[in-house]
Write a protein that binds this ligand. Structure first.
Ligand code: VTB
Ligand code: MG
Ligand code: MG
Length: 325
């Protein structure tokens, strides 16, 4: 087998990419609670792009802010990095949860994943049905085609707890009304979130800290790939299926290389090979603290994950060179 282009680089990148999400998070955090999602998103995009372009990589954005004509920066296909270094694919969301940030609610994140070229799913910006649980359970206990009742009972059995001790995270959307009702009927607790399903999925990887055992429901497909990149590093199980409910969406997906519109993607189908993932908290959350602006320093809290070693690092940084931000 060919040697990974990341070989060793992922070790170095682990530290380097922290700056990328830190800087985007600080920029967005300045606009927390201002009710202006677009402005917060824009400053996060600018900040992330500036820092990303300092990385010693020949990177291509494969999950980004959208198509080139609708996203002037960090569009799908944009080349980033210094251009001197290995060829890598990049999935990013400079501000995952723009509405959360605008309302100053929990769990807005700046997120990035760097992977070997060709190893991330090139997902169109459509919805994806998702189900995810954390590591440590036998394979096959979740099934995207099984009923919520079945999945939740399988999980409770595997965890050796009654169903009433399980918490499911679901995006609060009218389209989830039936799902929410079915999940409620099982007797689990539901954490309804306004946005931020990348965080929702990642939270399943550490239920002791976050209180979330399982994520169920549909959200953005790009967010699905980002979450899968994180689970690739932490372990955990996830299944996703694109919702291609119009011929236009099927055609758009086909153009991106998706031949089977009904395919169920496991974690490894969405993120293969060596992956490095980082997320910095913008607002306070269940896993990460938000950016704090002090008199003499700005504090950030980041989680950095590396698939080849399965290391989970939490980096709290005090930035004293305030000019830079
Ligand atoms: C979710 C959510 C994101 O998009 O993926 C959602 O986690 C899906 O779209 O934070 P809808 O809002 O249309 O349900 C976000 O809200 C924004 O990226
Ligand atoms: Mg975005
Ligand atoms: Mg998003």
């Amino acid at each position: 087998m060919a040697k990974s282009v990341m070989a060793g680089l992922d070790r170095v990148l682990t530290m380097e990419i922290v700056r990328v999400t830190e800087r985007a998070a600080v920029a967005a955090a300045r606009l927390r609670g201002r009710g202006d999602e677009k402005a917060a998103d824009q400053v996060a995009v600018d900040a992330m792009r500036a820092e990303l372009n300092r990385l010693p990589i020949k990177g291509t954005v494969v999950i980004g802010e959208g198509e080139r004509d609708e996203a002037p920066m960090l569009y799908i296909g944009e080349e980033v990095g210094t251009g001197k270094g290995p060829e890598v694919d990049i999935a990013l969301d400079p501000l995952e949860g723009t509405t959360i940030c605008a309302k100053n609610l929990p769990n807005a994140l700046a997120v990035i994943a760097v992977a070997e070229k060709g190893s991330l799913l090139y997902a169109p910006d459509v919805y994806m049905d998702k189900i995810a649980i954390g590591p440590g359970y036998p394979e096959g206990i979740i099934d995207i085609d099984a009923s919520p009742r079945q999945n939740i009972h399988n999980l409770a059995d595997a965890k050796h707890v009654p169903v009433s001790e399980i918490t499911a995270c679901i995006l609060d959307r009218p389209r989830h009304a039936k799902l929410i009702q079915a999940v409620r009927e099982t007797g689990v607790a539901i954490r309804l979130i306004g946005d931020g399903d990348v965080a929702g999925v990642i939270h399943t990887t550490n239920p002791e800290e976050t209180g979330i055992d399982i994520y169920i429901g549909s959200g953005g497909a790009p967010e699905g790939v980002l979450a899968a990149a994180a689970l690739r590093c932490t372990g955990g199980q996830m299944q996703g299926r694109l919702i291609l409910d119009t011929s236009e969406k099927v055609a758009r997906a086909a153009k991106m290389g998706i031949a089977d519109p009904n395919r169920i993607y496991q974690v490894g189908d969405m993120a293969r090979g060596d992956v490095v993932f980082a997320a910095t908290g913008v607002t306070d959350g269940n896993m990460l603290s938000g950016v704090k602006f002090g008199r003499n320093a700005i504090t950030t809290h980041t989680i950095v994950l590396r698939s080849s070693s399965r290391t989970v690092r939490e980096i709290k940084a005090r930035h004293q060179d305030l000019e830079k931000f």
